[in-house]
Unconditional design. Sequence first.
Length: 108
Amino acid sequence: MGTDHLLQLAQHAVRLIDLVAFDVCQGFTVHDTVNPLVKEISIPLRGEIQRELHAPIRRALKTDAKAKRALIGKVGIDPREVRLTIYLRGLREPAYTRPEAGETSETE
């Protein structure tokens, strides 16, 4: 899972928050952590997100991340920013899921 995948995940999170909370996001930044499988996404806000929207935003972000092969652990919603902790499922795909280019059938 490369940086392109993380950028797409962050862009989609910004769009989802903007859709629910009516254009409050100002962009995003992706931060590395000590663990290579854990990343943080910080989304600065222009205005405050209403309290009753926090739970639906958290649920939607976590469900969407699962579909994109990532897990969101912590969703911190402050008046100034939204901070997501992303747990990646692996650094690379298992070898058995990638088709080999030189494989041929021996029963011809």
